[in-house]
Design a protein around this ligand. Sequence first.
Ligand SMILES: [Zn+2]
Ligand SMILES: [Zn+2]
Ligand SMILES: [Zn+2]
Ligand SMILES: [Zn+2]
Ligand SMILES: [Zn+2]
Ligand SMILES: [Zn+2]
Ligand SMILES: [Zn+2]
Ligand SMILES: [Zn+2]
Length: 437
Amino acid sequence: MTLKASLLSGLKDKEVPCRTKGCRNTWTWEGTEQLRWMGDGKLEPPLRMCAECYAKYNELEDRKVPCANDACEGTWTWTKSARLAALKKGRTEPPRDRLCEACRSQAKEVASLDVPCRVRGCENTWVWTPEERIAADGGAGTAKPPMRMCDSCYDHFKGMSDQQIKCRIQVCEGTWTWTRGMQLEATARGITEPPKRMCDACAEVFSSVEDLEQPCKARGCSGSWIWTRFAQVEVIRFGGGKVPARMCSNCYEKFKNSQEQTLDCRISGCQGKWVWTKQMQLDASNRGFKDPPRRMCDACASEVLSYAEQGVPCKQDGCGNTWTFNPEMQLSASRKGKPGEPPRRMCERCKRFLDSAETKEISCEACAAAIVWPKEHQLKVELGVWVKPSLCADCRRARGSHVPSNPSTTSETPTSDAPSAPADASTPPAEGPNPLL
Ligand SMILES: [Zn+2]
Ligand SMILES: [Zn+2]
Ligand SMILES: [Zn+2]
Ligand SMILES: [Zn+2]
Ligand SMILES: [Zn+2]
Ligand SMILES: [Zn+2]
Ligand SMILES: [Zn+2]
Ligand SMILES: [Zn+2]
């Protein structure tokens, strides 16, 4: 066996990667060819296309593309192999930033420019190349540099992703997009938390409304409070659009600084309490009241409903009227351990009579001496129980033996001008009826 034969038998066909950038195919390097190639002293395999690229390559043609410098009429050549590589990346259009040959050599005369990073808060720069500057304004130096990130920001940016952040309106489930760019700016300023923002729907409502002045909810207050645009968003979108009831700042201060008070039930004999709330105090204050009202405790307030008004006979003898034993008085009697027991009272008419009457002085019919006639006695006369006196005590005593008893007051011994008896006394009146009338 010759050396050549042994080499031939030892060299197998080999798969070599396609030369087209971005292509993962291979082409087959046959053993015999490898031998020849090595025989020429070359160590690296040749640069070749895979069959697919080669077929495509043959379909393509070099293309003339206008220079990126708008002021230049020149072109540059987009070669078949460059087009093929672009195709492998899915691009069918030529790059837009390429200069023609003439412009490229002109760019050698132009300086590059350090431009501040577009990210607010970042102090780095990026380099605006001569070629880009020529493309921008043909080398006139008048064009403004584009907004770009520095390399470090760009690296950072690539590693980020847009984030969906919850709407700042608490009850809203919507989100807004915290873009990579916004995140980058926040980071450059040392901020790691997303800002508070509204979702688009909320923001739209927000921009359509104005702050509104609203009346204070406290009764009797003419103050107002400001319904902010922000607060309106939540109500308009999620609260049925109803204006919330709120206090003005003045009322709120009063409310905040007040203290709930526990007070005695107004039913006498009841040990119960009721609570004068801060809200009740505010209402009272706005109506000009300082002191708490008199109220029933809860138990009394419900129990009082079980009583009905009762007419109770007037305590004055001879009066057929009644006075009203009202539910509260009945409840009070019950609380004092005497349920259903009305106190002794006069009717309204008797009370009015005593309120308006005055002690009178009349003259004795016999001796013309003054007789003091108290109003309680006047009432007895008014009620027809007694008769109006006509004689003084002395004259009466003088005729005493002839005086017949008044049937309704047999036990009473009339005495002279006695001081007035207490209005509600149950004791017999000091002045008796005049038997002569
Ligand atoms: Zn290929
Ligand atoms: Zn050009
Ligand atoms: Zn930067
Ligand atoms: Zn929202
Ligand atoms: Zn108010
Ligand atoms: Zn009570
Ligand atoms: Zn009466
Ligand atoms: Zn007399």
